[in-house]
Design a protein around this ligand. Structure first.
Ligand SMILES: Nc1nc2c(ncn2[C@@H]2O[C@H](COP(=O)(O)OP(=O)(O)OP(=O)(O)O)[C@@H](O)[C@H]2O)c(=O)[nH]1
Ligand SMILES: [Mg+2]
Length: 266
């Protein structure tokens, strides 16, 4: 169970109130238009927790009333599933190592041979995450979609391939700068189909220490992926597990936020 406060469209909370709410463990969603007060279901019937939540609610209600602000509260059951599905797509130029990264992540194997992907391929892996808000265990059934790096052909497949993806992994090859230059094209095409989903950039083949063709700064300057940039090696396995897990965490966070806001505004 979670209690939500949703302010009307034109509502903006004064800073003093936001400070108090943060101290009282209200978590902001979508800027300042919605705040959520978590209320773990395990403690739902605990009178002490009930009293505590009621006190916090009352405090905000009274403050808002005093300020003559319009607002709306709703209390609701937030999806408390401990098993969820995620679709993740890998994009990037030819031979950057998309299939190898997936093979490493799903099977913990690597091969030196280059078998270019024809069309696309779907793999699966289950992982367990700790929920960022309440620490409960979440089992994620991840489907990982691999697509060929031939941009001309891939364009034809993009919309069906990326449709419904909750996250995108954009891969480049640290030994070839041209693959970094192509990355924004892949990212933008992906976002066009998938909507505003988390993007993580993997700079692969980081085991080729003597052949680096660009640096982390070059990546930051070229892509709009923000801080989600990880150097990986499908060959050694370095950072591969962590990169997929980080993306899953990013997805999990956006996921719940969307869910809560949609439910409250419905
Ligand atoms: N040294 C090194 N080689 C790698 C790494 N990852 C992939 N390779 C090699 O790079 C080549 C291309 O790898 P793939 O995984 O097939 O690349 P891809 O991006 O799936 O290529 P397409 O399917 O054509 O788009 C293969 O020869 C791999 O062995 C890595 O981390 N380090
Ligand atoms: Mg491939």
């Amino acid at each position: 169970m979670v209690t939500c406060l949703l302010l009307e469209e034109n509502g903006a909370l004064p800073d003093e109130l936001i400070d108090v709410m943060k101290d009282d463990e209200w978590v902001p969603l979508r800027g300042r238009s919605a705040f959520v007060l978590k209320w773990p279901s395990a403690t739902e019937n605990d009178p002490a927790v009930l009293r505590d939540v009621t006190d916090k609610l009352l405090k905000v209600k009274l403050a808002l009333k005093g300020m003559g602000m319009q607002h709306r509260f709703s209390t609701m059951e937030v999806r408390n599933e401990d098993r969820i599905k995620m679709k993740v797509c890998l994009v990037g130029d030819k031979a950057v190592g998309k299939s190898s990264l997936i093979r490493r992540y799903v099977l913990d194997q690597f091969g030196d041979e280059y078998l270019k992907t024809m069309g696309s391929k779907v793999s699966k892996r289950t992982l367990v995450l700790e929920h960022p808000r309440d620490g409960r265990e979440i089992r994620v059934d991840m489907t990982v979609w691999d697509i060929m790096g031939n941009k001309g052909l891939a364009d034809l497949l993009m919309s069906s391939y990326v449709h419904g993806a909750q996250g995108i992994i954009a891969v480049c090859d640290v030994t070839r700068k041209s693959t970094l230059e192509g990355l924004d094209g892949w990212i933008n095409d992906g976002l066009e189909v998938a909507g505003d989903v988390p993007i993580h950039v993997l700079v692969n083949k980081a085991d080729q220490h003597d052949d680096f063709d660009f640096s982390r700064d070059d990546v930051m300057g070229t892509t709009n992926a923000g801080s989600n940039v990880t150097f990986t090696s499908a060959r050694t396995g370095d950072n591969v597990e962590a990169a997929f897990r980080d993306l899953a965490m990013s997805i999990l966070s956006t996921y719940e936020e969307k869910d809560i806001v949609e439910k409250v505004t419905a």
